[in-house]
Design a protein around this ligand. Structure first.
Ligand code: COA
Length: 275
């Protein structure tokens, strides 16, 4: 556990986390649970969400595993209602569900583009829109998971770049609309994070593509899942109470260095698969 971890920091608080069965979002869920929060893990696959929730319960925490596709507004609302019925007002929402594949614009159909925008951007709107009624007001936080793609154009990722740019502007608008309710609206914008489905998709060939990707990161390495969870913990702590409407990069400086090499690397991996 990192040096900012305070046991009991999130005691009596409830977190609702979409895409919570794996990767960054699962790690945030585990960190919040370790800090004493009640955690609703929401994923498309009911069994996976329940498995992760059962793990938290076995470790002495409180957790629900719920099934919802963030593209389905009614399903997201039902999962929020279930969480609210079980534990009362929701203190923290992480909108983390995301989809990704590498393809140039001419290599994806209209439906391919729409699918990622639906999961990432519309899913974030659905989660925020449905959550508002169930949030503690004042005192709650809505955090979307963006990416460096929002500000850094990447070849082979037009659908993700467009969706993540939309997410960041959505969060900034919500901050203005919901600030008076005492709901803080934020986004975390990671670069490459070790051990995630995203990295398995973006650097599928192993060491060589990873090395090329890391050449675009000033810090020269990926983030760890712990570093992401630490940021998510800080952002819901009292120390962050005046941070609102902000997009926080956690990318080792990636977005300062430029993206051409990153996009070329991705397209090379598509070409290699097609050959
Ligand atoms: N290249 C081009 N198009 C692709 C593609 C690829 N590699 N992968 C999927 N698509 C297209 C499909 O062809 C389909 O379009 P079509 O109907 O015109 O053929 C469209 O995307 C939807 O695909 P489908 O598999 O039906 O969608 P889904 O809802 O089952 O899956 C994805 C959504 C495609 C985003 C899938 O990758 C996913 O579920 N990802 C979740 C996990 C993830 O990506 N995690 C990393 C987050 S960083």
């Amino acid at each position: 556990m990192s040096d900012i971890f305070v046991p009991g920091l999130l005691k009596d608080r409830t977190a609702f986390i979409t895409g919570g069965s794996s990767g960054i979002n699962l790690h945030i869920a585990l960190r919040y649970a370790a800090a004493g929060a009640k955690v609703a893990i929401v994923g498309r696959d009911a069994a996976k969400a329940e498995d992760q929730a059962a793990g938290i319960r076995a470790a002495g925490g409180q957790a629900l595993g719920l099934s919802a596709d963030v593209r389905d507004y009614a399903a997201v609302e039902a999962a929020l209602r279930h969480t609210h019925d079980t534990w009362g007002e929701i203190d923290i929402v992480i909108a983390g569900a995301a989809g990704n594949f590498v393809a140039p614009a001419l290599g994806m159909s209209s439906n391919g583009f729409r699918t990622v925008v639906d999961i990432d951007l519309n899913g974030t709107f659905n989660t925020a829109r449905a959550a508002h009624a169930f949030l503690r007001k004042p005192g709650s936080s809505f955090i979307a998971i963006s990416a460096g793609h929002a500000t850094m154009p990447v070849a082979g990722q037009s659908q993700v770049c467009a969706a993540k740019a939309g997410i960041e502007m959505l969060v900034r608008c919500l901050c203005i609309e919901w600030g008076g309710d005492g709901v803080r609206c934020l986004a975390i914008a990671p670069g490459p994070v070790d051990g995630t489905e995203g990295m398995r998709r973006l650097a599928p060939e192993g060491a060589r593509s990873l090395e090329r990707m890391l050449a675009t990161v000033p810090s020269g390495r990926q983030a760890s899942l712990d570093e992401l969870a630490d940021l998510a913990l800080f952002l819901v702590s009292g120390a962050a109470s005046y941070i609102n409407g902000a997009v926080i990069p956690i990318d080792g400086g990636l977005t300062n260095l430029g993206s051409h090499a990153f996009g070329e690397m991705l397209l090379d991996s598509v070409r290699a698969r097609a050959a």
